[in-house]
Write a protein that binds this ligand. Structure first.
Ligand code: PSU
Ligand code: MN
Length: 304
């Protein structure tokens, strides 16, 4: 088994049985500009603590898998320019070579499972990109949800994606997609995608029980909890549609491909909305952190 470096706070939480919430690091290095990325990472950790759990931000630093980062480590990661974006495919190679990298949803799920953490909060998962019928660009996050038993709390999949196709792939892979407190599948910056989520749950307890039942059935894989952005912070889907279209056009013109696609689109939309997309993104991640902490506590309550 791999030797994991736990931060002192995470190590203590593990010893005392305090519930833990995993957090990813690609959102810090590739999802937001500096300094908002580091400020947001800290604010998200604070939300988890206020909600009664301990945050464990995950990254690879100089060939070591870190679960829980110190303030200085978080800051260095947020300022670094050319950090690798690690998904399932590049995770092991980076560790073996002694490299440094930020973990995506897929790689964070793998690390969370190794650390015994059952719930993970992020902004939006990767999914099926528009035009995937020709590009074949489907995020490894979906395949990870199908095989690694971690409950992922996100505000749906990013609206830059093809959401109907994303839901189809999740269904084919047998991943429970649970809208929290509403019927509609959220669309990241907006509360509704216009599509219904296959499942709906209204309490953290239901979500924790469903995860444990899945394991009891011997089914591999996790669950996606799709938590809508708070009403006060949402950007109407109509406002964003032309911005997303322009970002996709720019990506096509510039020949952006593979793992560069998601960061390129997010950055383009950030500039095109004068920063409004980032403000909404920050609000939804914090909201997801709060729900994930409540789910972590519900898991802990099932063990008592
Ligand atoms: N959601 C965000 N910002 C991000 C990401 C998600 O709000 O930066 C990152 C996550 O790490 C996710 C990754 O796993 O984008 C998906 O990238 P790809 O489509 O290349 O798999
Ligand atoms: Mn991709």
């Amino acid at each position: 088994m791999i030797d994991i470096t736990y931060s002192p706070r995470v190590a203590e939480a593990r010893e005392t049985g305090r519930p833990l919430v995993a957090l990813e690091s690609t959102i810090i290095t590739h999802g937001m500009p500096w300094p908002e990325n580091v400020e947001t990472a800290r604010a998200v950790e604070a939300e988890v603590r206020t909600s009664g759990a301990e945050p464990a931000t995950i990254a690879v630093l100089a060939g070591r898998l870190h679960v829980g980062l110190s303030d200085a480590e978080l800051d260095a990661l947020g300022r670094a320019e050319a950090v690798a974006k690690l998904s399932r495919a590049d995770f092991a190679a980076c560790l073996a070579a002694g490299g440094t990298g930020a973990t995506t949803v897929a790689a964070t799920m793998i690390a969370a499972r190794l650390a015994g953490i059952e719930v993970f909060a992020t902004g939006g998962i990767g999914g099926v990109h528009r035009g995937a019928e020709t590009s074949f660009d489907i995020s490894a996050d979906l395949a990870e949800l199908a095989q690694t038993p971690v409950t992922v709390v996100a505000a749906g999949a990013k609206a830059i994606l093809d959401l109907p196709k994303t839901l189809e792939v999740l269904e084919t892979s047998g991943v429970p997609v649970i809208a929290y407190g509403q019927d509609a599948f959220p669309a990241f910056w907006s509360r509704s995608s216009g599509l219904d989520a296959p499942l709906r749950m209204d309490s953290p307890d239901e979500i924790a029980r469903a995860a444990r039942m899945r394991a009891a059935l011997g089914l591999p894989g996790g669950q996606l909890v799709a938590n809508p952005i708070p009403e006060a912070d949402e950007i109407a889907a109509d406002t964003l549609a032309p911005v997303i279209a322009a970002a996709l056009d720019a990506a096509a013109r510039e020949g952006i491909a593979a793992k560069a696609v998601t960061p390129f689109l997010l950055d383009h939309i950030f500039h095109a909305t004068g920063g409004a997309s980032l403000t909404a993104n920050i609000a939804l991640v914090k909201n997801n952190a709060r729900l994930a902490a409540r789910i972590a506590r519900a898991f802990a309550a099932l063990d008592r």
